[in-house]
Ligand binder design. Structure first.
Ligand code: SF4
Length: 451
């Protein structure tokens, strides 16, 4: 049979191969190389090692080489310092990128640790360069968050229920051993001295463990969960799944699905993050105005106001059913507001007026018509109380405008998923497989910027 012939390892080539020949012209690492070379690393905030004036001592690696290595690592799922160190000796792309430099794992890890602030600026610089080249349009920004696992050892993570379970377990065990000791004391003749010693030793160990757990319980005062590995991680719940880690937020551009900016928080939900994230992206790209789209997790009246004030037209999905609608009653959207004369028209075509005193302390007005409700033929479909009130807050105009936009542009809401979820899928299955490998909110933010 014929097979493709392999090269003889000992064969000497007439013209030695050049490292540049191993990296084809359209390889993305050429873009990475150009990008890092174009950066002003001092402006980004990278720490440059102090040089001896007389040139004594071992020279350090230039930050640009270590930055290239880290970015390459996150592009290819190589994150640990030891894996990167090994790859420097065997990976042709890295050899090309680093021009055959081989930093050790400690140098790589220290560089990542000491320059955490600078990585965010590198990510921002990349977004700006993509905008300048036309890869980012800045016309429609999709905002979303995802829960990403933090660095946690299961035996160093404590929840309230775990602590309670362990405390009662130790108490039961201690009780049993104390009973054994008591029996041995009551029948000193039959007792075995060795057994007594063993029981005392076991008791001492159990009491020590119980005291440790009680110390953690005291530290936990006021919180549901504590991690001794990374104290910034939180228990995050969404759609029935529980993740101990962080809530990573991204703003993604519609044109090519590129992330414009990101922020990692340990907030359990996305509420209140829409305006700050959109503002960050808008200021970064220096946009005059833009549009943004987000799911119902971001629905927040104050955020809608902030977006409008900052020239950001937001399309935020609303919760499908209000509490009244869930009970089978008319929801607020069945009541039409007449802004000119400041009243609502209810489903029975009656007029609901605001109270004489304009606003209460919550800046809400309750519109009602007690007399009309008393004799209303469809009251059973409207309220179970004596009469129906419709409250109107200072944010109502922003909510109404958002509702109108949603009705007119359903296509934008449908686009959201397609824009924003692909980058998260890439990040979770490629760059951040298994979650973050760094600890603390500051470092995790730096790691997410690199990814
Ligand atoms: S109960 Fe009152 S508010 Fe409701 S439909 Fe009847 S009149 Fe209108």
């Amino acid at each position: 049979m014929n097979f493709i012939e392999a090269v003889d390892r000992r064969e000497v080539e007439l013209l030695p191969a050049c490292l540049n020949d191993y990296v084809c012209k359209d390889n993305p690492i050429r873009e990475l190389d150009d990008f890092v070379e174009s950066l002003d690393l001092v402006e980004c905030g990278f720490l440059f090692p102090k040089q001896d004036i007389q040139g004594r001592g071992r020279p350090s690696y230039h930050p640009k080489h270590l930055l290239k290595l880290l970015i390459y690592g996150y592009m290819n799922g190589l994150r640990s310092g030891r894996k990167l160190e090994k790859a420097c000796g065997i990976n042709l792309e890295i050899m090309w990128l680093l021009q055959k430099l081989k930093p050790d794992f400690k140098t790589i890890c220290d560089f990542r640790k000491n320059n955490s602030e600078a990585f965010k600026k590198v990510a921002a610089a990349y977004s700006i360069s993509c905008y300048d080249k036309g890869y980012i349009s800045g016309q429609l920004l999709a905002v979303d968050g995802s829960r990403i696992k933090g660095l946690n050892a299961p035996d160093k993570s404590w929840s309230k229920s775990k602590i309670e379970r362990l405390c009662s377990h130790f108490e039961k065990e201690i009780d049993q051993y104390l009973k054994l000791l008591e029996e041995a004391d009551n029948h000193p003749v039959d007792s075995d001295e060795q057994l007594r010693e063993r029981v005392c030793k076991k008791l001492k160990h159990l009491e020590k463990r119980k005291a440790e757990i009680e110390t953690i319980q005291r530290e936990m005062e006021g919180c549901e969960y504590i991690s001794q590995t990374d104290s910034d991680t939180k228990i995050l719940k969404k759609n029935g799944t529980v993740v101990v880690g962080y809530n990573a937020q991204t703003v993604v551009d519609k044109k090519h699905g590129l992330i414009i900016c990101s922020e990692v928080t340990n907030k359990n939900n996305d509420n209140g993050l829409l305006a700050p994230m959109c503002k960050q992206a808008k200021e970064l790209l220096n946009l005059e105005k833009t549009e943004s789209v987000a799911d119902k997790g971001y629905f927040n009246a104050e955020d809608l106001r902030l977006c409008e004030e900052n020239n950001i037209i937001a399309y935020v999905s609303e919760v499908m059913m209000s509490p009244s609608e869930r009970k089978g009653l008319f929801g607020k959207r069945a009541f039409k507001y007449i802004s000119k004369d400041d009243y609502y028209i209810c489903p029975a075509k009656q007029i609901l007026l605001p109270p004489q005193k304009t606003q209460n302390i919550n800046k809400k007005s309750n519109y009602r018509n007690k007399n009309a409700c008393k004799n209303c033929p469809i009251k059973s479909r409207c309220t179970s109380a004596q009469y129906r009130t419709i409250s109107r807050s200072e944010y109502e105009p922003y909510l109404e405008r958002n509702r109108r936009r949603l009705e007119e542009h359903q296509d934008i809401i449908r686009l959201r998923q397609a824009i924003v979820e692909a980058p998260f899928s890439w990040l979770k299955h490629h760059s951040l497989i298994g979650g973050f490998i760094t600890k603390g909110l500051k470092m995790v933010n730096a790691e997410f910027s690199l990814a």
